[in-house]
Design a binder for this molecule. Structure first.
Ligand code: ZN
Length: 294
């Protein structure tokens, strides 16, 4: 194990510990019942332990971090987690933010372990923040053969259909951020997609230009979108054969496992950023679960 002083970055030399970094006893951490070794740096005279540089520093319920992550990506609401684990709701919120803060970077790092995908599918999922008058769109891109999530982006979009008039009256004009988000997503996943890949999506008229811009050598196949089933199955289509099944299956899994995306749920997104964090957390967990079952 390479040990470094977090204050002056002096490396510990195991052969010469007395002159580099010495051990300075142990202490008991009550929150998770672990003994930690303290170290003392000879050069700067400061002491430290494994907890000094840990992201979970000062946390009193660090033993719940993993469990809460699992529950958040397994359909459970924050309030329900608090009730079952007998902790405060605000603790769950803090744990949620702690977990989601790094989730998107972790997702990108996870995807770097795989070679570039040769066949991918992407599409938009619709949800909302606080009210149906303020819809949000989630663009997601998956690898066809494994259903691995390569990336996603959340963006606000204007309402459509019969509610347009009322939505405008109540909340004003809602601009469309989807094109920008799609460009950002394509830029982010460029490194995970093979330059000559097959990219499949539905026949949205604004897709081909963006695909051409970021994946100039790829083959873009468009398919006709079908009507989604209303309850339960999420985006799974009422068609005999769905050409973008991998993607719609993933959307259905998002709907089933992220409580705020369940149709007709009581839990709603209050802030788009939190939704993005939650999806990142789920996507990471989703990819990990896929990797262990294959
Ligand atoms: Zn030092």
């Amino acid at each position: 194990m390479k040990l470094k002083c977090p204050h002056c970055h002096l490396q510990r030399d195991p052969q010469n510990a007395v002159r580099t970094i010495r051990k300075l006893g142990k202490y008991y951490r009550k929150s998770d019942g672990q003994y930690l070794t303290r170290f003392w740096c000879v050069r700067c005279g400061k002491s430290f332990s494994a907890a000094t540089t840990s992201r979970a520093k000062w946390q009193k319920k660090r033993h719940l971090n993993k469990l809460i992550r699992d529950l958040l990506t397994g359909e459970m609401s924050q309030r329900e987690i608090a009730r079952v684990l007998k902790i405060n709701r605000k603790t769950v919120v803090r744990k949620f933010r702690f977990a989601t803060a790094t989730a998107k970077t972790e997702l990108a790092n996870w995807n770097k372990n795989f070679g570039p995908s040769t066949e991918v599918e992407f599409d938009d999922l619709e949800t909302f923040e606080h009210t149906k008058y303020k819809p949000l769109s989630v663009t997601l891109i998956v690898e066809y053969s494994t259903r691995r999530i390569l990336g996603f982006e959340v963006a606000q979009m204007p309402p459509k259909g019969r509610i347009v008039h009322y939505a405008k009256k109540k909340y004003g004009l809602r601009t469309d951020h989807r094109p920008l988000a799609r460009a950002k997503l394509f830029q982010d996943v460029q490194e995970f997609v093979h330059p000559y890949a097959v990219i499949r999506s539905d026949s949205n008229p604004s897709y081909p230009a963006d695909v051409k811009r970021f994946f100039p050598y790829a083959r873009h196949e468009t398919v006709l979108g079908g009507r989604g089933a209303v309850v339960g199955q999420g985006e799974l289509k009422k068609l005999k054969w769905d050409p973008i099944f991998s993607l719609n299956h993933t959307f259905a899994m998002l709907r089933a496992n992220i409580n705020r995306l369940i149709r007709k749920t009581w839990c709603t997104t209050k802030k788009p950023g939190e939704l993005a964090g939650h999806i990142a957390l789920y996507a990471l967990e989703h990819n990990r679960r896929l990797a262990t079952t294959q």
